[in-house]
Write a protein that binds this ligand. Structure first.
Ligand code: SF4
Length: 238
């Protein structure tokens, strides 16, 4: 069994068919406007095989791009503001619909996910681990928090007498050698506190990891209590 398994299809990859490539595009939150989709339809009809596939990571893939068309396809995607090369937070963040359009939702998800991914990249530029950061706005779990390295499930908690958005953490969902669902570690915090908590967690991983130890192996080597203690560390000053 492989030590680690991750396929998000992002980037340019040669296909088995000689001279053809797939181009995987990272779409934070899976949100694309109708105008962008129409432009993409034109792009794949003109410069690829006329096909566009969505992925479980809320990204998409253009298969069948001839080598001679790669440059024009990549330029076109760039013009549309789409990312073929993206940081690991952008690539790995998935969010369900949330309060914006879902009547069952407890918390807002899409805007929070975008803010969180951008905040984490600003705090930890070049973070070298692929990861799945799954955000779900209620216990129905359409955002699949149980299979993320980090799963955040939306709740409300009282803060200064008001109900505010908060997140319950599950950690360590993985495939490969450390396969398993994410573990509920009995830690929760308000939306504004999530970047501090995750920064503590990722910095602890970067400081403590052994040679070649990936994030999933590091989670597996720590108990729920140890991970919760790291998340609960003193907040990082502004
Ligand atoms: S997990 Fe809950 S909030 Fe999110 S889309 Fe599903 S039902 Fe709606």
């Amino acid at each position: 069994m492989p030590d680690d398994v991750f396929r998000d299809h992002t980037g340019v990859h040669p296909q088995r068919q000689a001279g053809l490539y797939s181009v995987g595009v990272s779409v934070l939150n899976g949100r694309l406007s109708g105008q962008t989709l129409l432009a993409l339809a034109d792009l794949v009809e003109t410069h690829a095989g006329g096909e566009l596939r969505t992925t479980v990571n809320q990204n998409f893939l253009i298969p069948g791009v001839p080598e001679a068309s790669l440059t024009v396809v990549l330029d076109w995607l760039k013009t549309l503001g789409l990312h073929v090369e993206a940081n690991n937070f952008w690539r790995g963040t998935v969010a369900c619909t949330g309060t914006e359009f879902c009547k069952l939702a407890i918390t807002e998800t899409k805007g929070f996910a975008r803010w969180l991914a951008e905040e984490m990249d600003a705090r930890l530029p070049g973070f070298d681990q692929q990861l799945k950061l799954h955000i779900t706005g209620c216990p129905n779990n359409c955002g699949q928090a149980w299979i993320g390295d980090i799963g955040l499930e939306g709740k409300k908690i009282k803060h200064n007498g008001k109900l505010v958005d908060a997140w319950y953490f599950a950690l360590g969902g993985a495939l490969g050698q450390h396969a398993g669902f994410a573990r509920q570690i009995n830690y929760r915090c308000r939306s504004e506190e999530v970047p501090d908590a995750l920064e503590h967690l990722f910095r602890a991983y970067l400081d403590q990891r052994e040679d070649g130890q990936n994030l999933r192996a590091w989670f597996a080597a720590h108990s729920n209590e140890e991970l919760r203690e790291i998340l609960e560390a003193v907040p990082i000053p502004a």
